[in-house]
Design a protein around this ligand. Structure first.
Ligand code: C2E
Ligand code: MG
Ligand code: MG
Length: 703
């Protein structure tokens, strides 16, 4: 027998057969075992398919004075078994057995091979004191014949107990390390050996063992948990102080993934996924710190609210993927322009916020804004697209414009709103009037929700006159809001709010229906039929069911489509050209008239004329207003007249207020007009009188 060190004696090699007539446990220690049916074999397995001399186990001493067992098919002399052997499913001639291996001798007959450490047994005993005692386990340590084992199997641990024993500690994927009070390693399970191969060498210098023996005032059973970072890995170490046994046992959990996930989660909680810029949560934390700091040192900073102009158009025309890339590029360029002390956040969608700190003079912020706007004069290149991004900036200063984050943001937003209103691609500092305007709009918004339900909306109608025939040929329906709180509110005030809140859809439907109903009533009263013109908003035109809504309205009212005209502005068409074009064509096919309102105010009106066939062009009142002084306007209108004839469109001049304008327009061969000169928009009753008197006169007397 080999001379064994104390440690080696602690190791047990076990072969457990799972046979039809029960379990057979063999404690291996002899240099050689012959397994098979032959009664003289050291391990006799008498079962079908097992050869007389089926396999041999050979003890092999390893370099570190441990030993292991080799298993080989047949005998040492070279005789082979009939069915061969498989280790972990692989047919082998011979191989060194490892802990946990499963050896198949036939399909049905198999054995498990375990290497168990004495310490593991003790550990198990501690965990499950009633399962078995160490003495029972140690009884047959030195080899065993089959008879002996059969006699003792009842007292010995069962297969499942051994499996438990082996699996709990030895098979545990969790590294388990045990040291004594002197810091000497007394046990490492295979997982600990594998994972921390440097433990033996480093001993107490190893991060997992550092400081363990210093803490002496723990009670027996105390559990301490700590985190240990080793290179780029993180571990949670559960340290169990077994003071009675003078042992310190550690269970090591790899928490690298968890830590990574936590870090990632933290990152995502504070950053925007698309641009990777800090998000609102980050901003909130940062600005409160900044405020505290500025309060203490009497400093100032600025909040810049930035919004990309017409981003929705970009998304609609180029698609969301390109839209996303544009936002990313925008974020990068924006970030490249700020100083290290500033913070750029993505507020959401196409909105960004910059915290511009350490300000001596508001001019610095103005200069920064100008520089930023200038930077974007160079286009962004994405795929084959060259995109000129325009954006608007609203600026509020701490502490003048607000002493907390909420007010500062609100006021920067108010300034942004103003920038957008005054032509975009610009910046504006906040002033207190802006807040008043915003507050007023907010009040309007709250009240507007009730307006339809409370029947507070009314329609006025403005006659459209043909000066050649002198007849009223149309009436433009113009909505007003009779608010009990706010008085009579004009459309220019509440339509933009209705657009923003989505209320424009019910408002628009109401206008359409009321105008059609009213027109039908006039017809039923026997008045000569006129066309009623209804203004459409951008959102209405984007509704896929607009055609259906118009169709149903006309049908329910019983109005022939030729008596309805829909007015759209160029800016509306720009929102979604493809859909708008399709919708307008279908509406025209239905027999409804389509007119382009406020013609001449947009940038590329002529381009639209090529895409859509309009029935009418309405020359914007801004041209008519200055007709007297401006020869340019005369030439523009004259050009429009020529153009309209080419496209076979009617032209109507809006906002005709004076005889002079009328005469000039007449000279320019514009025959149809609308304006205060003829009539202001009239209430329903007034229109009736107007139409009736008109009807009696048959012709309008043009002064
Ligand atoms: P619009 O469609 O261009 O309507 C013409 C506007 O010019 C009306 O203003 C009208 O009262 C005004 N106007 C008419 N003749 C003259 C004139 O000789 N001189 C001057 N200075 N102004 C004149 P209103 O009623 O305030 O409507 C303003 C705008 O609100 C409309 O411009 C239209 O875009 C929008 N709007 C009105 N009603 C509706 C509606 O039911 N739905 C939608 N979506 N928008 C509407
Ligand atoms: Mg109009
Ligand atoms: Mg107009």
């Amino acid at each position: 027998m080999l001379h064994l060190t104390k440690k080696q004696q602690n190791i047990q090699h076990i072969l457990v057969f799972n046979l039809t007539y029960g379990e057979r446990v063999f404690y291996l220690n002899e240099p050689q075992y012959l397994i098979g049916r032959y009664p003289q074999n050291s391990i006799v397995i008498n079962a079908e398919g097992i050869s007389r001399e089926h396999a041999t186990l050979l003890k092999k001493t390893t370099h570190d004075h441990h030993f292991s067992y080799l298993i080989m098919d047949g005998t040492i002399e070279g005789g082979k078994s009939r069915n061969g052997i498989r280790v972990n499913g692989n047919k082998i001639n011979q191989c060194e057995l490892r802990h946990g291996d499963i050896i198949h001798f036939t399909k049905e007959i198999k054995a498990h091979y375990y290497i168990i450490d004495q310490k593991s047994q003790e550990f198990i005993e501690n965990l499950t004191p009633n399962v078995f005692s160490t003495s029972q386990l140690c009884d047959h340590r030195n080899g065993a014949t089959e008879t002996q084992i059969i006699e003792h199997t009842i007292k010995k641990p069962t297969f499942s107990e051994i499996t438990n024993l082996a699996s709990v500690v030895e098979l545990s994927p969790i590294p388990i390390i045990e040291i004594n009070n002197q810091g000497i390693i007394t046990y490492l399970n295979p997982s600990a050996n594998l994972k921390f191969s440097d433990l033996q060498k480093a001993q107490l210098r190893h991060p997992l063992l550092q400081g363990l023996t210093k803490k002496k005032n723990y009670n027996n059973g105390s559990l301490v948990i700590r985190e240990v970072d080793i290179k780029d890995q993180s571990f949670e170490q559960h340290i169990h102080y077994l003071t009675k046994e003078k042992l310190i046992r550690s269970y090591i959990f790899d928490i690298t993934q968890r830590k990574k996930a936590e870090t990632e989660l933290k990152y995502h909680a504070f950053h925007d996924g698309l641009t990777e810029l800090p998000n609102r949560t980050f901003f909130d934390q940062h600005i409160s710190l900044l405020i505290k700091n500025c309060e203490r040192y009497n400093k100032s900073f600025a909040v810049l609210f930035i919004d990309v102009d017409s981003f929705k158009n970009i998304n609609d025309t180029l698609g969301h993927t390109i839209g996303d890339r544009i936002l990313k590029c925008f974020a990068q360029r924006l970030t490249s322009q700020v100083r290290n002390s500033d913070l750029v956040c993505r507020w959401g969608g196409d909105e960004f916020v910059v915290l511009f700190s350490e300000i001596e003079n508001p001019d610095e912020v103005a200069k920064f804004s100008q520089r930023l706007l200038k930077t974007f004069e160079h286009p962004l290149t994405i795929e084959e697209h060259q995109i000129y991004l325009k954006f608007s900036i609203g600026i509020a200063f701490y502490p003048e414009d607000g002493e907390n984050a909420e007010i500062l943001l609100k006021n920067a937003d108010a300034a942004l709103y103003r920038t957008k209103e005054s032509g975009r691609n610009h910046y504006q500092f906040y002033n207190s009037e802006m807040s008043l305007e915003i507050a007023e709009n907010f009040a309007l918004e709250t009240e507007l929700h009730q307006a339809i339900k409370n029947k507070e909306l009314i329609l006025h109608y403005q006659p459209q006159i043909n000066i050649k025939t002198g007849k009223v040929y149309g009436l433009e329906a113009l909505v007003r809001w009779k608010s009990p709180k706010l008085g009579l509110v004009g459309p220019s005030k509440f339509i933009p709010i209705a657009e923003k809140t989505g209320l424009i859809l019910p408002v628009g439907e109401w206008v359409l229906k009321t105008a059609c109903q009213q027109n039908k009533k006039w017809q039923q009263m026997g008045l000569p039929p006129v066309r009623v013109a209804v203004n459409l908003s951008a959102q209405q035109l984007q509704q896929p069911n607009l055609i259906e809504t118009v169709e149903k309205t006309l049908e329910s009212v019983g109005l022939d489509p030729q008596w309805l005209e829909l007015e759209v502005t160029e800016s509306i068409l720009m929102k979604n050209t493809a859909l708008a074009s399709k919708t307008l064509h279908e509406l025209r096919n239905m027999g409804v008239y389509i007119s382009m309102d406020d013609f001449g105010t947009g940038y590329s009106s002529l381009g639209y004329l090529k895409k859509f066939t309009f029935d009418t062009l309405k020359i914007d009142q801004s041209f008519v207003r200055e007709l007297k002084q401006s020869p340019e306007d005369i030439s523009i209108i004259s050009a429009i007249m020529t153009l309209s004839r080419g496209f076979n469109m009617r032209v109507i001049a809006e906002g005709v207020e004076t005889q002079e304008q009328l005469n000039l327009l007449k000279q320019l061969q514009c025959e149809e007009m609308q304006g205060y000169f003829f009539s202001h928009p009239l209430s329903q009753e007034e229109v009736l009188n107007y139409l009736l008197s008109f009807n009696q006169q048959k012709h309008l007397i043009i002064p």
